[in-house]
Design a protein around this ligand. Structure first.
Ligand SMILES: Cc1ncc(COP(=O)(O)O)c(C=O)c1O
Length: 398
């Protein structure tokens, strides 16, 4: 048989987070215990989906919500999403919402709809890898803008401004950010919206970690500029601790209708892929409308763990970290001017000490190198044990 080759576009897709999991799985097969600080999934540690949300899912199955749903989402969930967005100052109606199989699918549909060959998208450097992968997949050019580690990884407005061109199709913000945990200041967001408005560029605002914050709260991007066409992304994965259920949405806040055609392109794709999971949509509605008590508890736990990790990082001469204001990530810097290859270092720590991180260059070759991403999701004793080993590693490293 003739060997079929994968397309160049498929080969261009990389996902650093899962790539390093392969050698870790091999070590596990050999019987080693790996301490995993690489997975952005609270359920992989000691967090769980709140009971009332699980009950809603089970109830949906029993009530026969097992057929296809409307392609853009069930009306009662769409109403709940409109309610959430409007309560945060994002002026949308039911026609502006499209529910998908997670933010990641929605992002894919957005880029598929808006990009032609050579179009550019401004993406925070470093950022969640599908932003770069999907822009490339749809023949666009991802352009990373600098986020400033010295300033808590806030977007660098001068750099962003210098990278706006006639081909810029969107500016993306991720707040709080993956992989840095940065919580963006309201003044920074206002400046981004002003820049976008000046050039007539829409903004994509990924707010999937919006309620997972520590000292301060998220300023929803919608509140920082009312005229700029905006696509807000959110879902059930993080705040409601159910990433395996795969539900997310885009809300088009678009008073001038500038995004009508893009929205039409997303709706066409949504119809062609039939619908997102029906029972999971019922559960997401329950999550949005039901008790929110678990959020404060989760944040308290995460903040304790963040502080343990920061203390341990501070005690290792070769490491430093900015203080994350939200999400559950930090992005420590490896203080070694001679370091050439952060992936090799992460794999070396894995091989020698059986602790798994993700290399920083996997989130941005330019602005992520020389770092690694870790989650502070594990229980305190696991974080302590991981850093005992990491401390030992840097002591022994020539
Ligand atoms: C910034 C960001 N957006 C989206 C996602 C994934 O969202 P979903 O599970 O809804 O696809 C992640 C997951 O890590 C993320 O970090």
């Amino acid at each position: 048989m003739r060997q079929l080759r994968a397309s160049e576009r498929a080969k261009g897709i990389e996902y650093a987070i899962r790539d390093v999991a392969v050698p870790a799985a091999e070590l596990e097969r050999q019987g080693h215990r790996i301490l995993k600080l690489n997975i952005g999934d609270p359920v992989a540690y000691d967090f769980d989906t709140p009971e009332h949300i699980k009950e809603a899912y089970i109830g949906a199955l029993r009530e026969g919500k097992n057929g296809y749903s409307p392609s853009y989402g069930i009306p009662s969930l769409i109403d709940a999403i409109v309610g959430k967005e409007r309560s945060q100052g994002c002026d949308v109606t039911t026609d502006d919402i499209i529910v998908g199989t997670g933010v990641t699918e929605v992002l894919q549909m957005l880029f598929a709809s808006m990009l032609s060959p050579g179009d550019e998208v401004l993406i925070p450097g470093p950022s969640y890898p599908p932003y770069t992968s999907y822009v490339r997949f749809y023949d666009g050019t991802p352009v990373s803008y600098h986020t400033d580690e010295e300033n808590g990884w806030q977007p660098d407005l001068d750099d962003m401004r210098s990278k706006v061109t006639d081909r810029t199709k969107a500016i993306c913000v991720i707040n709080p950010n993956n992989p840095t945990g940065a919580l963006y200041e309201g003044s920074t967001l206002r400046a981004i919206m002003d820049l976008a408005g000046e050039h007539g560029i829409p903004v994509i605002s990924d707010e999937i970690y919006d309620k997972m914050t520590y000292e301060d709260q998220v300023v929803p991007t919608a509140q920082t500029g009312s005229d700029v066409p905006l696509m807000v992304l959110n879902g059930i994965s993080k705040v409601y601790i159910a990433p395996g259920w795969r539900i997310g949405y885009v809300a088009f806040r678009d008073p001038s209708g500038a995004l009508d055609d893009v929205k039409d392109g997303v709706q066409r794709q949504a119809r062609a892929r039939l619908c997102p999971s029906h029972p999971a949509q019922v559960a997401f509605q329950a999550a949005l409308e039901g008790p929110q008590d678990h959020i404060a508890q989760t944040n308290r736990t995460l903040m304790q763990r963040r502080d343990i990790a920061l203390k341990r990082i501070g005690e290792i001469e070769k490491l430093s970290s900015a203080v994350p204001g939200g999400a559950f990530y930090m992005f420590p810097k490896i203080e070694d001017p001679d370091l050439q290859d952060d992936k090799a270092l992460v794999l070396d720590i894995l091989r020698k000490k059986h602790v798994l991180f993700v290399h920083g260059s996997g989130f941005c070759t330019q602005y992520g190198k020389g770092h690694f991403r870790m989650v502070h999701l594990p229980p305190p004793e696991l974080i302590e044990e991981a850093f005992d080993r990491v401390e030992e590693y840097f002591r022994e490293r020539p």
